[in-house]
Design a protein around this ligand. Structure first.
Ligand code: ARG
Length: 483
């Protein structure tokens, strides 16, 4: 695909027989050519050329419909659709020259069609406007990207799931406030991310329903007097319904904003995960070894292995969230219906989609390829009194009120800290000072392995609960494997 950035010639010679000024499709009311600076300022083809395949598909459906309702003859329709197909191949082969003076992808393709098949091509735009056309193209493009992103998200989920066999025995400290809190299975961590990404997928699926409504045929803002059949176009293009109100159709970009809100949440999830693994890969944590192919070195410090992919994943969340912000601000003050401001939506959406796609593409192999440093983790698992809460709950089981038990165990932890020992190292007498009824059974919940097994609630880190969830995810993620 090439875009000629030729400095626009102000062409005053102007109006052709068809009533167009210079290269423009608008007609006789203009007696001046567009200022070269305006042309450069207002063009969008340098980026919306990316919509070409969807533009052509939409135009073919529109032409088929125009023929079905008798606006085009069968022969005219055939000329138009064949011409559009040729243009599509040319663009795909990189042989098409997009022209800035034709402003956007829609006018470039339409002009090329007219040049190719003559006046018949001038009938294609009957009953539509670029306002409904651009929205149609954009919705079709987003729809396809949602499907791709959903697949990429599933791949990341599968990568986490793929870890569960080899990490089955590993226990990690769980944190709140980034302070050691309670022990959890490593697999419980992986499941947590699978859940988050599932909600992102669900949000995408939901967003897709609203994206997948056909605007075409609402024309500029009020509809058209041409007896078009919008449902026929919707059926051909796979839209689930018609945008009901033409003013809404012409002005609406909330389908795109909603996508960016959803992608912002994906970015937030990726960024949180990236941050966690950046910490885990430090010597201070020493929990994880990242695959070297996903790290880079330092130009000055020979020993460095830097987690750049994770850092960039965290960093790139900023631009995705920024894009959401852009669309919200872009649209917040727009009166009905179409306003040219809306042209500013595309780059933000393209960028957010591209950014999330590459982050997900990298996340999957990185997740699957990292190694937990089991020994280093295990060595320090008895630090931080991860079993204190379980012990407190053991007291509750024996009839001590929670608030009382909390205080008692707090004191006991204070004692253990003073002595620099684990709770499990304290002699039974110390426990009996809290409650003379306590017996050897306290040791059944002490130590991380035993603490893990003491959990009971649904969704907890008990090995049986975790195993159940893993099983469910294996079934679920196997279901929608791509063909
Ligand atoms: N390039 C424009 C956009 O992206 C297409 C619609 C232009 N419509 C118009 N009436 N000028 O929004």
């Amino acid at each position: 695909m090439s875009l000629t950035n030729n400095p626009s010639k102000t062409n005053k010679s102007g109006n052709s027989a068809s009533g167009e000024t210079a290269n423009k499709t608008w007609g006789g009311v203009f007696d001046e050519a567009t200022d070269a600076r305006v042309q450069r300022f207002s063009e969008s083809v340098s980026y919306d050329a990316r919509l070409y395949a969807h533009d052509i598909r939409g135009s073919v459906a529109h032409a088929n419909m125009l023929a079905a309702v008798g606006i085009l003859t069968e022969d005219e329709k055939n000329q138009i659709t064949a011409g559009l197909a040729e243009i599509g191949w040319e663009i795909a082969a990189g042989k098409f020259e997009f022209k800035e003076e034709l402003e956007d992808v829609h006018m470039n393709i339409e002009r090329a069609l007219v040049e190719r098949i003559g006046d018949v091509g001038r009938k294609l735009h009957t009953g539509r406007s670029r306002n409904d056309q651009v929205s149609t193209d954009f919705r079709m493009w987003i729809r396809d990207e949602i499907d791709r992103l959903d697949y990429l998200l599933a791949q990341v989920q599968r990568a986490f799931l793929s870890r569960t066999e080899k990490d089955a025995e590993v226990i990690l400290p769980g944190y709140t406030h980034l302070q050691r809190a309670q022990p959890v299975l490593a697999n419980h961590y992986w499941l947590a991310y699978i859940e988050k990404f599932q909600r992102d997928r669900d949000r995408l699926t939901d967003c897709r329903k609203r994206v997948n409504q056909l605007p075409l045929g609402t024309a500029a803002l009020a509809g058209t007097t041409i007896p078009i059949d919008r449902q026929m176009v919707a059926d051909e293009l796979g839209f689930e319904g018609l945008v009901a109100n033409s003013l809404d159709s012409s002005s609406d970009r909330d389908f795109a904003t909603e996508l960016l809100a959803t992608l912002s949440l994906v970015a937030v999830h990726l960024s949180g995960w990236a941050e966690e693994w950046i910490l885990w890969s430090t010597i201070e944590f020493n929990f994880i070894k990242l695959p070297k192919a996903f790290c880079t070195g330092s130009s000055i410090m020979p020993q460095k292995i830097n987690p750049d992919v994770l850092e960039l994943t965290r960093g790139k969340s900023a631009r995705v969230i920024g894009s959401l912000q852009s669309l919200l601000v872009l649209t917040k003050g727009l009166p009905l219906a179409y306003n040219r401001d809306l042209q500013e939506d595309k780059e933000r959406v393209f960028d957010a989609v591209d950014t999330i796609a590459i982050c997900l593409e990298l996340a999957a192999p990185l997740v699957a390829g990292a190694e937990l440093k089991r020994e280093a983790i295990e060595e320090r698992l008895d630090r931080g009194y991860l079993d204190a809460t379980t012990l407190m709950e053991h007291l509750i089981h024996r009839g001590i009120p929670q608030r009382t038990a909390h205080g008692l165990i707090g004191n006991l932890v204070g004692l253990a800290m003073e002595k620099e020992v684990r709770l499990a190292d304290l002699p039974l007498e110390e426990f009996q000072k809290l409650d003379p009824d306590l017996d050897e059974s306290v040791y059944e919940v002490l130590g991380v392995e035993k603490a893990i097994k003491a959990f009971q609630s649904v969704g907890s880190t008990h090995p049986d609960q975790v195993a159940k969830q893993i099983e469910a995810w294996i079934a679920k993620l196997a279901d929608n494997q791509p063909e």
